[in-house]
Design a binder for this molecule. Structure first.
Ligand SMILES: [Zn+2]
Length: 449
């Protein structure tokens, strides 16, 4: 009798209680397994079948776990983790003008961005986020930090028509963008350059069109905060006679490679425009609530077929980078806001944090679901805790009961970056010490003289 030969692969994760690939149609495989080879997902399926077919050079039996795609954070200002808790319980204008802008002008430099991004990448990886979309200043320093941590990222250089830490003279913003693109690390396939135009009220129409054209020429994601506050909506209407979304449409900057962050103050017409243009939306529920910006009409956007991902925004307005709590709040808040307990159900919310999030930032072919040929970005969540017992529906469990501290193992490109809850890629205690020292410097700078 012939014994069928097993295929040798780099790694086989098996005996997983529930494997949730976030594929279409949506499956849950219990118990499941996943074969990894050359950084890619070689196969996904029932544990029994894959154990017959594959031998892993490394075997990872994971009973007592759910395995899912690595989470995708579609909107971060990673370096702002060094401003965590610096300015709480303030109105947006005072938050920005009295606290954040002065702190940024005093402290933000390449070393600050590098350290803050290291800290954020550590927090994200430990909490199950394997990919993030960033927008800030000195963004090539953020790219260097992301490369060290082994995380996947889209890194957007900030573009404003106002003085910023890296462009004190706004007329030099184009030079800054070209320097960023030249200095961007090209060797890592995990990192993608992007441009982040701050908002329709801080960027002139010509600047937005110039940046979008450059993004189109170089196949980059164009990011922008849009309709975050009622003030912005009214300001853009008074300047241009139309809503921020209409304004962007008229300038020709909305398409499927444009990420509209927030989209809180949008009406039915705006939603129709976003859907027609296939523009993507990043929903940042905790930041919107903390700054009292409002509640984005996410159920209506999903109904219109818009691709919506979840984001945390920067740590100064959140104050963490935890996508488990974003999922939990997204699923709960929109039920209360609409009076309908069936909206933002666990499955669509999990998809927003994974596959839809990856699509929203232009990486839908690369990550966001566990499917053959995609990069092996995945997370194992411990379900043996008291708050996870018993377990009837693993998807509901992830959205309503699981915590980021339940994340035990994380892989990016098939490489273990978190094992047994410990970060493998950087010296976390050293980064935390440096971050504490940076925090002290920020606090001293803000003390009244
Ligand atoms: Zn933001």
């Amino acid at each position: 009798m012939n014994i069928p030969q097993k295929t040798l692969v780099d790694g086989l994760i098996t005996q997983v209680d529930h494997l949730i690939p976030c594929n279409d149609p949506f499956e849950v495989i219990s118990p499941g397994a996943i074969a990894i080879h050359h950084g890619l997902i070689a196969d996904v399926g029932p544990a029994q079948e894959l154990e017959k077919r594959y031998e892993g050079k490394e075997m990872w039996p994971l009973p007592g776990h759910i395995v899912l795609p690595g989470l995708v954070n579609t909107h971060v200002h990673a370096a702002m983790s060094l401003f965590r808790g610096l300015a709480d319980d303030l109105p947006l204008d005072r938050w920005l003008h009295e606290r954040i802008f002065p702190a940024e002008s005093r402290h933000v430099a390449p070393e600050f961005v590098f350290l803050g991004t290291l800290l954020s990448c550590a927090e994200m990886l430990l909490g199950g986020t394997t990919c993030f979309c960033d927008g800030y200043f000195f963004e090539e320093a953020a790219a260097q930090a992301a490369a060290l941590c082994g995380i996947r990222a889209v890194l957007g250089q900030g573009v404003l028509d106002f003085p910023t830490p890296d462009v004190p003279d706004p007329s030099a913003v184009a030079d800054r963008v070209y320097t960023f693109l030249e200095e961007f690390p090209r060797r890592s396939s995990r990192l993608h350059p992007s441009l982040f135009c701050h908002a329709p009220y801080t960027c002139r129409p010509e600047t937005l069109q110039w940046a979008k054209k450059l993004c189109m020429e170089r196949d980059m994601l164009f990011q922008i905060h849009v309709s975050e506050t009622r003030w912005e909506e009214e300001e853009i209407r008074s300047r241009y006679g139309m809503s921020p979304v209409r304004h962007l449409e008229r300038l020709g900057v909305l398409d499927d490679k444009t990420l509209c962050v927030h989209a809180v103050w949008v009406d039915e017409n705006d939603i129709r425009v976003l859907a027609e243009k296939r523009a993507r939306v990043s929903h940042n529920v905790e930041s919107n609530l903390k700054l009292a910006s409002g509640i984005a009409p996410i159920p209506a956007m999903l109904e219109a077929g818009i691709t919506v991902g979840l984001g945390t925004d920067g740590c100064a307005s959140n104050n963490d980078l935890d996508l488990f709590s974003e999922m939990s709040l997204t699923a709960r808040l929109h039920k209360a806001a609409t009076g309908n307990p069936t909206v933002c159900a666990a499955r669509p919310v999990l998809l927003m944090a994974t596959r839809m999030g990856a699509e929203a930032i232009g990486l839908g072919a690369v990550t966001g679901s566990l499917e053959k040929g995609k990069r092996a970005d995945l997370v194992a969540v411990d379900i043996s805790q008291a708050h996870g017992t018993p377990l009837y529906d693993p998807v509901s469990h992830l959205v309503y009961a699981a915590r980021s501290s339940d994340v035990r193992h994380v892989w990016v490109d098939g490489i273990p970056v978190v094992r047994d809850g410990l970060l493998c890629t950087i010296d976390l205690p050293a980064v935390l010490n440096e971050a504490r020292a940076a925090g002290k410097a920020v606090a001293q700078g803000l003390l009244p003289r």
